[in-house]
Design a protein around this ligand. Structure first.
Ligand code: FES
Length: 163
């Protein structure tokens, strides 16, 4: 699934909705992120102009918030926890298995835009360590076997959508 073309009409409608709002930047960015799956860098200038901000301020906010991204992500996003509780329970080996199985490194997206692999400092579910998220779902007490079954779910549904 390739990232969709930028829908400028949709983007302009979101920007218009928040034009001039004093505290509108984060809601606006979140709406663009939800609609397009990322915030196209080309959208920074019109967003800044609508909210009377500098483009660098908009860029800084996007870079600060983990939920916002300037790059298109895969259809499925895996976040492997590398925090202390997960680390002591084998989080690094979970990450190694994920890298090997998906064929990508942390911070990367597969060439077909099906998977993205990320690491996080703590998912806030230390009692489930080692933990990861598959899209919005928490998966804890991971083991190599459990990862295999999680990934098979995603790979079995590989043809669920046309490319
Ligand atoms: S350290 Fe992994 S969930 Fe907290």
């Amino acid at each position: 699934m390739k990232p969709q073309e930028i829908d400028w009409e949709q983007l302009s409608a979101i920007i218009r909705k928040h034009r001039g709002e004093k505290w509108g930047l984060i809601p606006l960015l979140q709406e663009v992120q939800d609609a397009l799956g990322y915030i196209p860098p080309e959208a920074i200038a019109p967003i800044a102009s609508a909210l009377k901000l500098y483009p660098s301020e908009v860029q800084g906010v996007i870079e600060f918030y983990a939920g916002l991204s300037l790059k298109p992500k895969g259809k499925h996003v895996f976040k492997v926890c590398c925090g202390t509780a997960c680390h002591v329970k084998g989080g690094r080996s979970i990450l190694s298995i994920m890298k090997k199985e998906l064929g990508i490194n942390e911070g990367e997206t597969s060439a077909d835009y099906r998977y993205s692999l990320e690491t996080v400092a703590c998912l806030g579910a230390c009692f489930l360590a080692p933990t990861m998220m598959a899209d919005k779902e928490y998966i804890g007490r991971l083991s190599p076997r459990k990862i295999e079954s999680v990934l098979s779910h995603f790979t079995e549904n590989k043809d669920e959508e046309p490319e």
